[in-house]
Design a binder for this molecule. Structure first.
Ligand SMILES: [Zn+2]
Ligand SMILES: [Zn+2]
Length: 124
């Protein structure tokens, strides 16, 4: 698979806890297959999160349309995440994969942790 943001850059497989994600070596974006996001957020793989936080590439243009790296001719659309309602993620409506730009995973993990702490303390 190739990075939907960068031209001619192949995604590398990166082990991340219980799953293995596809990662762009250039923009550090992540491709997640269906349900991998949930698995990643539960596992909180330290190395991947630390690296994701450290990336300071310029944010890509929000309106740039990107194609699904798996389905190729299908545009990703901004969808409410099924794994994390309330989180808008570039998603493929055909294979249900999702693309996270660099930094998005650590922001999600952070929001997730904050949510769990609120639940733990009985706050809503
Ligand atoms: Zn890329
Ligand atoms: Zn797809």
């Amino acid at each position: 698979m190739h990075c939907p943001r960068c031209t001619n850059v192949a995604l590398n497989e990166a082990p991340a806890g219980p799953v293995s994600v596809d990662r762009c070596p250039k923009c550090h974006g992540l491709w997640l297959d269906e349900l991998e996001l949930e698995a990643l957020l539960s596992a909180r793989p330290r190395t991947l999160l630390a690296d994701d936080r450290a990336v300071t590439t310029a944010a890509p243009a929000e309106d740039a349309r990107i194609n699904c790296p798996r389905c190729r001719n299908v545009y990703l659309i901004k969808l409410n995440s099924r794994a994390r309602p309330g989180t808008i993620i570039d998603s493929c409506t055909v294979c249900f994969g999702a693309w996270l730009d660099a930094g998005e995973l650590s922001r999600l993990a952070h929001a997730d942790l904050a949510g769990r702490l609120r639940e733990f303390f009985g706050l809503k």
